[in-house]
Design a protein around this ligand. Sequence first.
Ligand SMILES: Cc1cc2nc3c(=O)[nH]c(=O)nc-3n(C[C@H](O)[C@H](O)[C@H](O)COP(=O)(O)O)c2cc1C
Length: 176
Amino acid sequence: MKTLVILSHPNIDDSRVNKRWKQELVQYPNEITIHELYKEYPNGKIDVEREQRLLEAHDHIILQFPLYWYSYPPLLKKWLDDVFTHGWAYGSRGKKLNRKKFGTAISIGDKEANYSPAGSITFTVDEVITPFKASIIHVGAIVLPYFAVFGSSFQASDEEINQSAKDYIDYIFKHK
Ligand SMILES: Cc1cc2nc3c(=O)[nH]c(=O)nc-3n(C[C@H](O)[C@H](O)[C@H](O)COP(=O)(O)O)c2cc1C
C-alpha cells in the first residue's frame, strides 16, 4: 500500500524546503501519493468525502508542513476540523482511522538547539506537536516519530536541505 503525503504549504513555489522535499517525493510514484491541500483547494473549500476516501485507501499517512507559529498552516487545521468527523473518525461508529500510522514532516525555521528546555523556545518539538499527537491518539491511530529539518528560514545550506530530502524518503520507508 502507498504512503499518503498531505502537503500543506500556502506558497510552495517560494519555498526552499517543502519544494525540495516534494521534488524527492515525486521520484516514487508507485510508493507515494502526494496530495497538496493548497493546490487542491485554493478557495479553502474542502471536499470531505474525497478526503475521507483518500485516507481510507492509505494506512500510512504523513502530514508535511512548515511550522507556522508553533502550529500548522491554517488549511491543514481546517482539513483536520472538516475531515476527522464524528461517526467516521471517532465516536462509537467512527473507526475509519483506527490503527493507521500517522507521521509528520516539518520544516522548522529556528535552530534545533532552541527547541529544548534550555533553549530560547523552552519547548521540544515533541511538545510543540502535542495537539497533532493527541488528535491522532483520539481517533485510534498510531503516532510515528516526527521528521524535521531545522534552520530552514536561512541557516540551513542547500547541501543540508538536499540531504534532508534523502533522509525524508528514508524516514517514509522506515516507518511504512
Ligand atoms: C507565518 C510564519 C510563521 C512562522 N513561525 C515559525 C515558528 O513558530 N517557529 C519556527 O521555528 N519557524 C517559524 N517560521 C519559519 C518557517 O518555519 C520556515 O520559513 C519554513 O519552515 C521554511 O520552509 P519552506 O522553505 O518550505 O517555506 C514561520 C514562518 C512564517 C512565514
